[in-house]
Design a binder for this molecule. Structure first.
Ligand SMILES: Nc1ncnc2c1ncn2[C@@H]1O[C@H](COP(=O)(O)OP(=O)(O)OP(=O)(O)O)[C@@H](O)[C@H]1O
Ligand SMILES: [Mg+2]
Length: 301
């Protein structure tokens, strides 16, 4: 395992002027997209719909958005955008396809990287496969302003890797007690095992902001007591809205059906807040560094 990590590191040099790591021989110009992992302890809390609608809000306002579907369970992103992926990230890992060949562009112009089951084997990739992934992800550098990673739920290793590698971790929770305790458990593992310190909280499926603030208080109260070094920032809330369910049944995004619906406006506000916020993690926002961190985490374990 050490040899693989060494092999990867030897491909990487540190750029002293920026503190960022870059692949040998490649240019460091261009701005780096912000990588935002959207995650939850418990499943079914609205991650995929929030990612999809945030992506549309930002893309429609002129930002370039990429979504990485890293949920190795059900391919939710495909469904809400009504797209059908012939190939997925496993074809990039094997070297059969370039990332540009498997990405699907939605009618909004959002680029989607279908994960399929391709991200479930990160721990078992051969060195050549890791390099395929690393160099292909590097090509996103000049193609996006923001990359959302729909990580799936829980504390499985691939969920943890993507959260550890991202610039921002956005945790989605609802009022349900299990959603709150599972969100806490996820942050605890990410802090203890991967030193992730900063999280953003979005509370979904509430009646009012007051309800969302109660969820925030209970989570931040528990963190203050038991995980003092973890910082949880409240970003916003999304109301429970029938329009969302109707859209899901039609395999549409609520923002496309009614951009003035309360739920669409809630998500739009959150999207801009996340896009505009300063990165607080130490990872510096490089997609190269992002994948490098993922792969290093894997090789070190
Ligand atoms: N704000 C909302 N108002 C009403 N219904 C909602 C809202 N957010 C999500 N839902 C409902 O919850 C369901 C689950 O949402 P979604 O698939 O986005 O969750 P998820 O966290 O991605 O789930 P998984 O963990 O299975 O990937 C949706 O089908 C939708 O019906
Ligand atoms: Mg989902």
């Amino acid at each position: 395992m050490k040899d693989q990590a060494d092999g990867l590191r030897s491909m990487v040099q540190s750029d002293a002027s920026t503190g960022r790591e870059t692949l040998m021989g490649s240019e460091t110009q261009g701005s780096f997209p912000k990588v935002v992992a959207v995650t939850s302890g418990k499943g079914g809390v609205g991650k995929t719909n929030i990612v999809g609608n945030m992506a549309v809000a930002l893309q429609n306002s002129g930002k370039r958005v990429v979504i990485v579907d890293a949920d190795v369970g059900l391919a939710n992103i495909d469904i809400i955008f009504n797209i059908h992926a012939k190939h997925d990230i496993s074809h990039v890992v094997s070297g059969e396809k370039k990332l540009s060949e498997i990405m699907i562009k939605t009618e909004h112009g959002i680029k989607i990287v279908p994960g399929g089951s391709g991200f479930s084997h990160l721990t078992q990739l051969a060195e050549g496969e890791k390099l395929n992934l690393l160099s292909e992800f590097e090509t996103l550098q000049n193609e996006a302003d923001i990359i959302f990673v729909d990580t799936g739920a829980g504390i499985s290793s691939n969920v943890l890797y993507f959260n550890a590698a991202a610039d921002e971790c956005v945790v989605i929770a609802t009022r349900e007690p299990t959603s709150i305790t599972d969100a806490y458990a996820l942050m605890k593992v990410l802090f203890n095992d991967y030193k992730v310190k900063y999280f953003k909280l979005v509370v979904n499926m509430v009646k009012s902001e007051n309800e969302a603030k109660i969820v925030y208080s209970s989570l931040s109260g528990a963190l203050d007591k038991f995980l003092k070094n973890v910082v949880l920032e409240y970003v916003g809330y999304v109301t429970t809205d029938n329009e969302m369910q109707k859209a899901v049944l039609k395999r549409k995004l609520v923002i496309d059906l009614d951009k003035n619906a309360v739920v669409s406006k809630n998500i739009e506000k959150i999207a801009f807040k996340i896009h505009d916020s300063e990165i607080r993690s130490s990872s510096n926002g490089s997609i190269k560094f992002f994948m490098n961190k993922v792969l290093e985490t894997v090789t070190n374990n």
